[in-house]
Design a protein around this ligand. Sequence first.
Ligand SMILES: NC(=O)c1ccc[n+]([C@@H]2O[C@H](COP(=O)([O-])OP(=O)(O)OC[C@H]3O[C@@H](n4cnc5c(N)ncnc54)[C@H](OP(=O)(O)O)[C@@H]3O)[C@@H](O)[C@H]2O)c1
Length: 330
Amino acid sequence: MRAVVYDTYGPPEVLRFEDVERPVPKDDEVLIKVHATTVNRMDVHIREAQRRYGRVASMLSRLISGVRRPRQPILGTEFAGEVVAVGPSVKEFAVGDRVFGSSGLRFGAHAEFMCMRENYRIAHMPAGMSFEEAAPICDGALNALMCLKEALPLKGRRILIYGASGAIGSAGVQLARHFGADVTAVTSTKNLELVKSLGADRVIDYTQEDFTKNGQTYDVIFDAVGKHSFRRSKGSLEPHGVYLPTDGFENLFLALWTPRFSGKKVVFQIPPRQTKQDVLFLKELVEAGEYRPVIDRRYPLEKVIEATRYVETERKTGNVVLNVISGSAR
Ligand SMILES: NC(=O)c1ccc[n+]([C@@H]2O[C@H](COP(=O)([O-])OP(=O)(O)OC[C@H]3O[C@@H](n4cnc5c(N)ncnc54)[C@H](OP(=O)(O)O)[C@@H]3O)[C@@H](O)[C@H]2O)c1
C-alpha cells in the first residue's frame, strides 16, 4: 500500500511516499481503508521530536517515539474510512462499516490502510457525515474534553477560552457550551464571527483588548492554544478558579504544586486519558447537532508536506484534512 513515511526526525521534508506492506488485522482488530485523515499538532511535535521546545522536551519526545529514529514510520492520528477486513473475535464492526476515530500515539493514518483494535478509539461514523467531515472529529475535541473534564461541573459557571480558533479551542467552545457554561472566547479579528457561530456567549479580539486588564473574572480559564500562562491569567481567575493548560512544561509542575498550596490552581490530567467512550460521546454530540469539527483547508495526500508546513504556521483555523482517496467529501 501507499503510505507517507519518515525515518528520521526533522522538518516536513523528511516525509516521503513509499510502498509498504499492508497491515494484517490481529484477532481483535479491524482493517480500515482510510479515506481521509488530518495533519495536526501531534504529528508535527512527534515528527520534529519537539526540537522547538528545547533539549529536555526533545529527549522526552524521543523516549515516547524512538530514541534514535521513529519506531512508527507512519504519522497520522485521525482517520475516517471503511472497514475492509475484521479479525475473528471482532464483534462490533463488520466489513463495509464506515468508521472514524483516533489512533493517538500509535499513529498510522497517513496511509491507504491501517489497523485498529475494536475496543480502542474507533466508532461508527455519525449519520449523514462524509469521510472528510468525520476525519477531524477527534483530535481537538478529545484534547479539549480531557481538559474540560477536570473543571466539571461547568453548568452556570463562567469560562474563558483563550485561542478559541484552533483545533482544541474551536472544539472547546462547543463542548463548554454543551456542558452549560457561560463562554467567553478570545480570538483574533478574522475569527470573531466563526467563534461566535460555535456558540460563544461573547468574544474578545485579542488584537484590540487584553482580557487580563478588563476587570472581568472567570471560574475557569482554558488556554486552548498554549500561548498564555497561569501567572498572567491569575488576576482574572475567581478565588478558587481553575486554569486549564494544553501545553508548557511549567504547567506540569504547577499542576502538582498549586492544588496543595493555592486557592487558584492549575489542573492537568496526569497521565492524559482519552477513551473509546469519549469518541462515542463526540459521535452523539455530532448527531445531536452540538459539535462539528471546523475544517480550514483540505489537501490531497500527495500534498502532505504543503499541508504540514501550513499546520506549522500555528495559524490554522480548526483542522487540516488530508484526502487519501479523492471523493472523500461523500
Ligand atoms: N492537537 C494536538 O494533538 C495537541 C496535543 C497536545 C497538545 N497540543 C498543544 O495544544 C495547543 C493547541 O493545539 P491546536 O492543535 O488546537 O493548535 P492549532 O489548531 O494549531 O492553533 C492554531 C490557532 O491558534 C491561534 N493562535 C495562534 N497564536 C495565538 C495567540 N498568540 N493567541 C491566541 N490565539 C492564537 C490561531 O488563531 P489566530 O491566527 O486568529 O491567532 C489559530 O487559529 C498547542 O500548543 C499544541 O502544541 C496539541
